[in-house]
Structure formats: structure tokens, C-alpha cells
Design a protein around this ligand. Structure first.
Ligand code: SF4
Length: 204
């Protein structure tokens, strides 16, 4: 095991045994994240739901299946993606995470981003978007590349929104198409020049 893998394993173990906020009292198990530690893309949702809490993995229910479909349709797969959430334990009855719970959990997410060092961070839904861009409106900025702290962000609607409200499905399909294009462009650029990802942002 490399030092990089060991650091991420240790971090996930810390999350599984964490008691830093009240959510540990009601969880079945914490859900650190899932995917390759060298993933190009990191997806960040809000919090584990019912099925994730039971299985200990993110996006395993219907929203997960829809996510897989959207990825595969656009030349991507779960193997390209590390998926995690803003908070790692399920809030009771799927309520929104509270500010003190997010504050307690955020260092884990910060460390995951630092260690995995993804090319693109995809925020899923309003909650994850506003964690990084307070006050931003998902209906205004979804599908647009944003940059912050030297990282590329790509906000999209939460796949669960498309499942529950079919009116959001065209926007989700379009955003995943653009994500696939963005990743292809970044890969090509790196292949050609080994270089600067950010020049490609002009395309979006
Ligand atoms: S939500 Fe985060 S901070 Fe709270 S107990 Fe779970 S891992 Fe710890």
C-alpha cells in the first residue's frame, strides 16, 4: 500500500469511528466515500440517505443508479469518480445537516479533496454548491464551470431531483453531457501539453 492509499484508508477509518457531532447517535454507520483514490472527478452530495446509511456506501439507491446511467451515457463511469458527501452520517429523517454538524465534518472533506486532488469537483444539488459558493443559486449556475482556490468546480442538480421531478431531467442530462465534454477536453489538453487545465475553461 502506498503512503497515499494509507492516508486515505486512515482518514476513512477515522470517519467510521467519528463521534464529533450528534449524527453519530442515529446513524447505522458512517459513509466516508467510495471510488478510486486517484479519481479525476470528485462528486460531492449533501448527506447519506436511508440506503447509504444501511450499506455504508454513497449513492447506492435509485439516485445512485440514475447517476451511473448519466455517467455511462457520457463516456464516464463510477471508476472515474470518487463520491462523498458534505456530512458523512445520515441526518434523521433525511433532514438538512445543521451548521454545527457541517462545521464538525468539513475537515474530513477538506482532507479528502487534498489527498485525492481531483481534476474537477462536481457539486450535486444546492446544498453542496452553497458549501463552496455561499449564496449561489443552483438554478442559475448549474452546468457552468467555476473556479475557486485553484480548483475547477462544476455544479449540477442532485440526481434525486431528476428522479422525483422529471422536469429537471433535461437539465441533468445536458449538464452530464457537458461534464463528459469537459473531462475529455481536459484529458486531451493534458495529453497534448501535460499542461494548463484552465485554458480550456474558455470553452465553457
Ligand atoms: S457527520 Fe461527520 S462529524 Fe458528525 S459524527 Fe459523522 S463523521 Fe463525525
Amino acid at each position: 500500500m502506498t503512503d497515499h492509499e494509507r492516508a486515505l484508508h486512515n482518514l476513512e477509518d477515522q470517519i467510521r469511528t467519528c463521534t464529533k457531532c450528534r449524527l453519530h447517535q442515529t446513524r447505522t454507520q458512517a459513509v466516508p466515500g467510495d471510488g478510486p483514490y486517484t479519481a479525476e472527478i470528485m462528486f460531492i452530495g449533501e448527506a447519506p440517505g436511508y440506503h447509504e446509511d444501511k450499506q455504508g456506501k454513497p449513492f447506492v439507491g435509485a439516485a445512485g443508479r440514475y447517476l451511473n446511467h448519466l455517467l455511462e451515457k457520457n463516456g464516464l463511469s463510477r471508476a472515474d469518480v470518487y463520491i462523498t458527501n458534505i456530512v458523512k452520517c445520515r441526518p434523521p429523517k433525511n433532514r438538512d445537516p445543521l451548521p454545527d454538524e457541517i462545521a464538525a465534518c468539513s475537515p474530513y472533506l477538506d482532507r479528502q479533496i487534498e489527498l485525492i486532488n481531483p481534476r474537477v469537483i462536481v457539486t450535486l444539488g444546492r446544498f453542496a454548491l452553497q458549501h463552496f459558493f455561499p449564496g449561489a443559486s443552483i438554478t442559475r449556475v448549474h452546468g457552468q464551470v467555476r473556479e475557486k482556490d485553484g480548483r475547477i468546480f462544476f455544479p449540477i442538480f442532485h440526481p434525486a431531483a431528476g428522479l422525483h421531478q422529471p422536469k429537471w431531467q433535461p437539465a441533468l442530462e445536458e449538464d452530464f453531457k457537458r461534464l463528459g465534454e469537459l473531462i475529455r477536453e481536459l484529458r486531451e489538453k493534458e495529453g497534448e501539453e501535460g499542461g494548463d487545465d484552465y485554458e480550456q475553461l474558455a470553452l465553457f
